[in-house]
Design a protein around this ligand. Structure first.
Ligand SMILES: Nc1ncnc2c1ncn2[C@@H]1O[C@H](COP(=O)(O)OP(=O)(O)O)[C@@H](O)[C@H]1O
Ligand SMILES: [Mg+2]
Length: 583
């Protein structure tokens, strides 16, 4: 099974604030919220830093308790708590806004991407970007960054105050804290590395499983459950191994940091107790010192993990940025053109899906209004590709397609596609009801009478009436609850409703049994009336009835004309017809 190019690579992991903010700026975040939230965080931190000072005074003057001081301390303490909660709330709202804007713009971009993008990128990967990477970017902006800023204040604030209170005791701390970090650093590094590995592995897992689940019929019909089970199990095992490693590291990191912390506290307490007994330190100062000590540890951990977060986000930033920079389908000029009654021409059109592998070579085709033009030829010759070019799913590499002499690229894309109807071999449907599928993308109100009318024209009214809920019948994902012929007739009813100026049929009855085929053929015959029809034919009768036939072989037009002309002029065609339709 083709999984698309695996694009979830390691990538360059050095974080660039410039790239990050360039990306973020595109969604115009409400920066004032970030500023207010961070400021509130800083104020709360300030309150945290002041409280031990008050506590020191209260403890030292316990016998002559100053009620006012207690009240002020209470106000500062609870005020700090409330402001801190406020800060978390504002930053949360800010972050949610950013993530939703990012998803909005990614989604809008995605829908406008050309078909070629989806040829090369797997659905699982796209959804991983849409869901996970946006979340990661938000986390950095709304959590990690503000936390780092307040942590810096908390750390340096605490250190400065401690030095002002008692430089000797602070010196012990200043020497001890780097020691603690030094011991913990390898663990943190490792844990960061593992975090990234897990993210990559998770992305691969979700991408793989999405791809497999969306083709579950193929998996089952080709008996590849075992293979997919093995692939999935391998991925899950990898995730497990990563998780085990992570819990090992955490299990070591927790007790080690606790132990170091305890040693530090006991050391300070011992030294402090001696100083208190000597009378060179007040009891209040010692306790407030310990309070600062605890305040130091949080920021140290947050700041040391900051770089891990940056590294993680750098991948996400890169992937989102890449997606937002993909070229989209351009709809030139917004020029609306009525294409009815005009001649369609492909002039010297060449095309390749991938560089270096040319599919169409110098194709010249012309289709007059109100005629049926058939394309015939061996499979893989490039017939569907020609239709895709007319639909403007892809652009010709050279040459042009014109309608009434005007290059179709000059016509508004929406307007153009509105005027052409495509019924393919396996018509696509959306999950939903029959009604929803009929009016999908139509953009106007349609009465039930009209719906039944087109269903009748498409010979689909009987089975829809017979269905349990009529027009409201659910057809299931990819229309699995309909037969192939029913799906085709729904597609034809859709086409009737749209009343396209150009109708394109790509082997519309090829996958049907002969009974459904007859029915669909009848429906098509009435749909083809009064419009230009391009038909990729696999039935001799369709070809013989066509006004003009193009024989497409290896990406070139090797002959054109009516059936009788072609049989005489193009031996390849005669041979093809003979092989294909000898019955
Ligand atoms: N999306 C695609 N990306 C790359 N190559 C493609 C794509 N679609 C079709 N091709 C190639 O283009 C050639 C013509 O295919 P197609 O137009 O579907 O032929 P036909 O409809 O005549 O059977 C084939 O060799 C096929 O492999
Ligand atoms: Mg085809």
């Amino acid at each position: 099974m083709d999984r698309g190019r695996p694009r979830i690579e390691k990538g360059k992991r050095s974080f660039s604030f410039q790239d990050f903010f360039k990306l973020i700026n595109q969604v115009h975040p409400k920066y004032w919220q970030l500023v207010v939230g961070t400021l509130a965080g800083l104020i709360a931190t300030g309150a945290n830093l002041i409280v031990p000072q008050f506590a020191q005074r209260i403890i030292n003057n316990f016998k002559h308790l100053n009620i006012n001081l207690v009240i002020i301390t209470g106000i500062v303490f609870f005020g700090g708590v409330i402001i801190s909660a406020l800060s978390v709330c504002i930053l949360g709202v800010f972050g949610e806004h950013v993530v939703s804007k990012l998803r909005d713009s990614l989604w809008a971009r995605l829908l406008k991407m050309p078909v070629s993008y989806f040829d090369n990128t797997s659905t699982g990967e796209i959804s991983s970007r849409l869901v996970n990477d946006t979340l990661q970017v938000k986390n950095l902006l709304a959590n990690t960054l503000p936390n780092a800023i307040t942590s810096l204040l908390q750390f340096f604030g605490a250190v400065v105050i401690m030095f002002m209170m008692d430089w000797q005791m602070s010196l012990i701390m200043v020497l001890a804290v780097p020691l603690v970090i030094f011991v913990l650093l390898p663990f943190m590094r490792l844990s960061g590395k593992i975090g990234r590995a897990r993210q990559d592995e998770l992305a691969k897992f979700s991408s793989d499983s999405t791809n497999v689940l969306s083709e579950i019929r193929l998996v089952k019909s080709s008996n590849s459950e075992k293979k997919e089970l093995a692939t999935g199990t391998k991925r899950i095992a990898k995730l497990y191994a990563i998780g085990v490693k992570e819990s090992w590291i955490n299990s070591l990191m927790q007790p080690i940091s606790n132990m170091l912390m305890m040693i530090l506290v006991i050391g300070i307490l011992t030294y402090g107790a001696i100083r208190v007994m000597q009378g060179t330190l007040t009891m209040g100062a010692l306790i407030s010192f310990l309070m600062y000590l605890f305040q130091l540890m949080g920021p140290v951990i947050i700041i040391s993990q900051f770089f891990n977060e940056l590294a993680k986000t750098s991948g996400s930033t890169e992937r989102i940025g890449e997606m937002l920079n993909e070229p989209i389908e351009v709809s030139a000029d917004n020029q609306k053109v009525d294409i009815a009654g005009k001649e369609l021409k492909l002039q010297n059109v060449s095309f390749s899906y991938e560089k270096g592998k040319q599919i169409l070579h110098d194709i010249n085709v012309s289709a007059k209004p109100n005629t049926v033009v058939a394309f015939a030829g061996p499979s893989g010759g490039g017939k569907t590709t020609i239709f895709s070019l007319i639909e403007r799913f892809y652009k010709p590499t050279s040459g042009k397609i014109t309608i009434g002499g005007q290059n179709i690229e000059e016509i508004d894309l929406t307007d153009w596609r509105k005027q052409i109807g495509l019924v393919g071999q396996n018509s696509s449907v959306m999950p939903g009801t029959i009604r929803e599928n009929l009016v999908y993308g139509l953009g106007r109100k349609v009465s039930d009478d009209e719906l039944w009318h087109v269903l009748k024209m498409a010979y689909a009214d009987k089975f829809v009436k017979g269905a349990e809920d009529g027009l409201e019948t659910q057809i299931g994902e990819r229309g699995v609850k309909l037969s192939g012929g029913q799906r085709q007739r729904i597609a034809i009813a859709r086409a009737f409703l749209r009343d396209p100026k150009i109708l394109m049929l790509d082997e519309a009855t090829a996958s049907l049994d002969s009974e459904s085929e007859a029915m669909v053929q009848k429906a098509l015959a009435s749909l083809m009336k009064n419009r230009m029809t391009l038909v990729i034919a696999h039935r001799l009768s369709t070809i013989v009835d066509a006004d003009k036939i193009y024989f497409i072989d290896h990406g070139t037009v090797s002959g054109s004309g009516t059936h009788d002309e072609l049989v005489k002029s193009t031996p390849l065609y005669a041979e093809y017809v003979h092989n294909q339709f000898k019955k």
